[in-house]
Design a protein around this ligand. Structure first.
Ligand SMILES: [Zn+2]
Length: 212
């Protein structure tokens, strides 16, 4: 079965070779040149959030937009490779534990159903394969469907909007958690997930996002 799949993908690649989403050259879905031209590790207010790229670059905006709204799941892997590198550096500065687990920020059920996937989950899966830290989708869920963050007006409204939007469904005590999300704007979503995890006994909670 896998051989057939591999063969089909090779044939497809022959006729429709992948092109870099940014420069359109025949290459990976985002070529090394393009991914390396953006500055990495931009500052986010909270020390526990690591964001890789800045949303002020139109190309970064376009990539995230394509992943979210045009089903370009193939753009996730090149981002995950960069995120994994940066994450590994960040973790190495922390005391080493064997309890690290990757937890994608869950998406409201209805939105996931409509889109067919949660891009944070796909990102976490790719990172998990690269850095061999397990992923757990079964610790935290979204409990209500807050207004879309993009539709809310300011930071205080966003913070209010996020209040009580997560629930812990399994034991998180003593875990060292790396929250994974595609984008953080104010950090409100990550803050709330982090707070509830810590309140429920998680040992350490940091977060990684592709863009800020
Ligand atoms: Zn390129």
């Amino acid at each position: 079965m896998w051989t057939i799949k591999l063969l089909i993908s090779k044939i497809l690649y022959y006729f429709f070779p992948s092109r870099c989403y940014v420069c359109k050259k025949e290459d990976k879905t985002i070529c090394d040149n393009c991914i390396n031209k953006f500055p990495k590790n931009i500052d986010v207010q909270a020390f526990y959030i690591k964001s890789i790229f800045s949303f002020k670059y139109q190309e970064i905006k376009n990539i995230i937009h394509a992943i979210k709204y045009y089903h370009r799941k193939d753009l996730i892997k090149p981002l995950a490779i960069v995120a994994s590198n940066e994450l590994q550096k960040a973790i190495n500065h922390q005391p080493v534990t064997i309890n690290w687990v990757l937890v994608p920020i869950p998406m409201p059920t209805m939105r996931k159903y409509m889109r067919g996937y949660n891009q944070a989950e796909l990102l976490a899966k790719e990172i998990s394969e690269i850095i061999s830290i397990p992923i757990n989708n079964n610790l935290i869920i979204r409990v209500k469907n807050p207004k879309r963050q993009v539709k809310t007006k300011n930071k205080s409204e966003r913070l209010k909007n996020q209040h009580n939007s997560f629930k812990i469904i399994n034991d998180v005590s003593n875990l060292d958690i790396i929250l994974v999300d595609d984008v953080t704007t104010t950090g409100a979503t990550i803050d709330e997930a982090r707070n509830i995890l810590i309140k429920n006994g998680a040992n350490k909670v940091i977060a990684i996002t592709v863009a800020h």
